[in-house]
Design a protein around this ligand. Structure first.
Ligand SMILES: [Zn+2]
Length: 278
């Protein structure tokens, strides 16, 4: 009887190991805004606490205006890898007009001269408005300088971005929100080494019970090297809810094999930006 109890206790310890390891999985937040209009929701010290608390070891840093990104780069926290992207906006209303605004292209060039940027975005673009000359100029600018694009766009605009320059490398913010999983798979197949999906606000990943849906379990099994996680702190409420956002991510990461979870949580971002060899 005694031995049997010990055996059960030992089994319980083994069973607990994978979930404990999952809880400590490193996360790269590939959709972060540190907006300052005019003041940020959290001070830099508070932001650092939020990252530590949530096991965030890397970020794509963007902000409106770009000042917040400069501050995150300059902070040089040893525990955090910062990958800065140029945000092509000065104020919120630029979201509606940037793609026809020559001064935004100047802004991109000026920011790029800082020398540390790895991408442009997140920018918003829908349908045929992606056909503008200024969007093409931006896509070409990015390709020529090996920059990623972080695009919040519908499928039509996504395809136009690739038409502007087939060598574009695009992180698809929100992975199309609600585009059918089968179509997401086709797009990933059609744009190998050129398209990755970032998962904030992406619908359908889990059901109401927090369990992964079969569609997304299958997508992650086939394309675990193509997805990234993000907080999308576009408004203060998202900073306020940061812990909840990552608790949800960790909830479904724990439901897939550890190697897939590790790639989606941080491995893919580190590989894309040459921060760690796999
Ligand atoms: Zn965003």
């Amino acid at each position: 009887m005694k031995w049997r109890l010990m055996w059960i206790a030992a089994l319980a310890v083994f069973a607990a190991v994978p979930s404990a390891a999952q809880q400590r999985i490193e996360i790269f937040d590939a959709h972060l805004h540190y907006n300052q209009e005019p003041k940020p929701f959290y001070s830099l010290d508070q932001v650092r606490d939020v990252f530590r608390r949530n096991g965030i070891t890397g970020i794509i840093a963007t902000s409106r205006p770009n000042k917040g990104t400069h501050e995150l780069v300059d902070a040089k926290w040893p525990e955090l890898k910062v990958v800065p992207f140029i945000r092509p906006y000065r104020v919120r209303s630029d979201i509606q007009t940037w793609f026809n605004d020559p001064t935004i292209f100047e802004l991109i060039k000026e920011e790029y001269a800082r020398g540390y940027y790895r991408g442009i975005g997140e920018f918003h673009i829908y349908g045929k408005s992606a056909q503008s000359d200024w969007v093409k100029k931006m896509v070409d600018f990015a390709v020529e300088r090996n920059l990623y694009l972080h695009a919040h766009c519908d499928e039509e605009a996504l395809l136009i971005l690739f038409k502007h320059n087939p060598k574009a490398r695009i992180i698809w913010a929100h992975t199309g929100f609600s585009v059918a999983p089968a179509r997401v798979a086709e797009l990933l197949d059609e744009h190998k080494d050129a398209l990755w999906g970032e998962l904030s606000y992406r619908g359908g990943i889990t059901g109401g019970d927090g369990k992964l849906t079969s569609d997304w379990r299958n997508l992650f099994a086939r394309y675990s090297d193509r997805f990234l996680l993000g907080s999308d702190t576009w408004i203060n409420e998202r900073w306020f809810g940061y812990d909840t956002i990552f608790k949800e991510y960790r909830g479904w990461l724990a439901q897939i094999p550890a190697d897939q979870a590790q790639r989606i949580a941080s491995g893919n971002a580190l590989r894309l930006f040459g921060l760690r060899r796999e």
